[in-house]
Design a protein around this ligand. Structure first.
Ligand SMILES: Cc1ncc(COP(=O)(O)O)c(C=O)c1O
Length: 467
């Protein structure tokens, strides 16, 4: 058989990447595709190196690799050839995936069926530096306390206590749980024990744990409408039945909740501190009514303390869980808004009866959170840095809020009403007579002007970051 030349199996090399790997890959693919047949003689390593303008070591290493894999054989004094077994090896090699695997579990299949847009693989940041991004759920990343975080982390890493590195407790680092107990008592009026706290990677994991330990397929989960769309997506992925309960100007409607809930109702998701997205703070009568409903139904309430730390007028409102004396409420906290979504750190305060199952479920989801980050957060809470940081953020956000409301009053020529400006990172502007067509036009105009907003069209979100 004639000797082939390099151009028959490789057309170009990217000189910024590993040349040996590229060469081996090109040859392997041509053999697997049957383009280079058994017995074909390959150029000598020196000739190939000259032809490709690479070092001889590169060609030698590529041949060695393919020889070790069984694709080629070298015969002393004769040269290097495609091995007789190459076709067999190629047929045993995994084929490139085409479409999804057909043997997926019911869960795997429901993941494929569920629409994950726009959370999955997208970056929730302004496209241009000059953009003004007013979309729901975006804290200012520049406010992250870099210096304090670094200082605390350095101190932890310098400590000689290596036990931290062997930490295996799914419930979370004791220091963090202890400090959270004090923090919650002081700031959220919530009295709980360290044993009730489970450290997690944030709200999404909290929700997944609860769905996993409390729901069977097709059970009902009730959520606010309009509400946090992540809940619906995740519940769909778990095969649950999602029912949406109307939110009026005082928050979630208890009469609609009575109407929508069925005998399979297992969970109710609410954002009582600052309703997402309307911004209503749930009044105490409704809080009591929700707890009475949950007691009657034997259902659990998932209290997402969304924006709970950012209350501008007066003291923070007590957590819904603090009104519950029948183990019906699960309090869910996250550091995504007060610190950064990137640290993936959150927690739950659980009724005692759910602690063991929830901690075991957490362990099944990757064990536990990164220990150094947990210790860092614990240190920042313990020495008051976290409280100071939240206070500073609150001042900055409240100033921006005032400026925004002032600018709106000067420039918005139509009649409008603002709600939800007492707490949190967003407010809602109601413009009467804005139908869907006009709203879509408005969104397009804001985008052209380098401004990004989340809009509610017929109670459906459009353009929300965490939509
Ligand atoms: C309503 C609501 N709850 C909770 C969170 C926090 O989610 P996580 O802790 O998964 O980042 C967000 C984040 O955008 C949110 O919008």
């Amino acid at each position: 058989m004639p000797i082939i030349n390099a151009s028959q199996f490789i057309t170009e090399l990217d000189r910024s990447e590993n040349l040996c790997d590229q060469l081996a890959l090109a040859l392997r693919q041509k053999i697997q595709q049957g383009i280079l047949e058994a017995g074909t003689r390959l150029p000598a390593t020196r000739a190939l190196a000259n032809e490709l303008e690479v070092s001889r070591t590169t060609t030698q290493l590529a041949y060695d690799q393919l020889s070790a894999e069984g694709y080629i054989v070298s015969r002393r004094g004769c040269g290097t050839f495609i091995a007789d077994m190459a076709a067999t090896i190629a047929s045993l090699s995994p084929k490139p995936a085409s479409g999804n695997y057909s043997g997926l579990s019911a869960y795997g299949q429901s993941l494929l069926k569920t629409d994950f847009y726009p959370y999955f693989d997208t970056v929730a940041k302004p496209e241009k530096d000059s953009d003004f991004d007013f979309r729901c759920g975006l804290p200012d990343a520049n406010l992250f306390p870099h210096k304090q975080w670094l200082k605390a982390q350095r101190k932890i890493l310098r400590s000689t206590n290596l036990n931290h590195m062997h930490f295996l407790q799914a419930q979370g680092v004791a220091e963090l749980r202890k400090n959270l107990v004090r923090h919650l008592k002081r700031n959220r009026g919530l009295h709980c024990r360290e044993e009730q706290i489970l450290v997690t990677s944030g709200f999404q994991q909290n929700l997944q744990i609860m769905m996993r330990i409390l729901c069977e397929k097709r059970d009902q989960i009730l959520t606010e409408y309009p509400g946090y769309p992540v809940v619906e997506t995740m519940a769909n992925a778990e095969g649950l039945q999602v029912s949406k309960v109307e939110v009026d100007e005082s928050g979630i409607s208890v009469s609609d909740l009575e109407k929508k809930s069925n005998s399979n109702a297992r969970l109710l998701y609410v954002t009582p501190s600052h309703q997402y997205p309307l911004g209503v703070v749930l009044p105490v009568e409704r809080r009591r009514a929700l707890i009475a409903w949950a007691n009657k139904r034997n259902t659990f309430i998932l209290e997402d303390d969304y924006d709970g730390e950012f209350r501008y007028a007066g003291a923070p409102i007590e957590a819904l869980m603090s009104l519950d004396d029948n183990e019906r409420v699960v309090f869910m906290g996250s550091f995504s808004k007060t610190m950064s979504v990137g640290i993936r750190l959150g927690f739950m305060v659980l009724p005692e009866s759910l602690v063991e199952a929830a901690a075991k479920a957490r362990w099944c989801m990757g064990g536990f959170n990164q220990v150094i980050d947990q210790l860092t957060m614990a240190a920042l809470i313990a020495d008051g840095t976290y409280d100071k940081h939240v206070k500073r953020c609150k001042l900055i956000y409240s100033k921006r809020r005032k400026e925004l409301i002032g600018a709106l009053s000067k420039s918005l020529k139509c009649s409008y009403k603002i709600t939800g400006d007492q707490a949190g990172l967003h407010l809602t502007i109601w413009i009467p007579g804005l139908n869907k067509t006009k709203m879509l036009k408005l969104i397009a105009m804001t985008e052209t002007a380098g401004l990004r907003i989340s809009a509610l069209v017929n109670r459906q979100f459009s353009g929300a970051v965490s939509e």
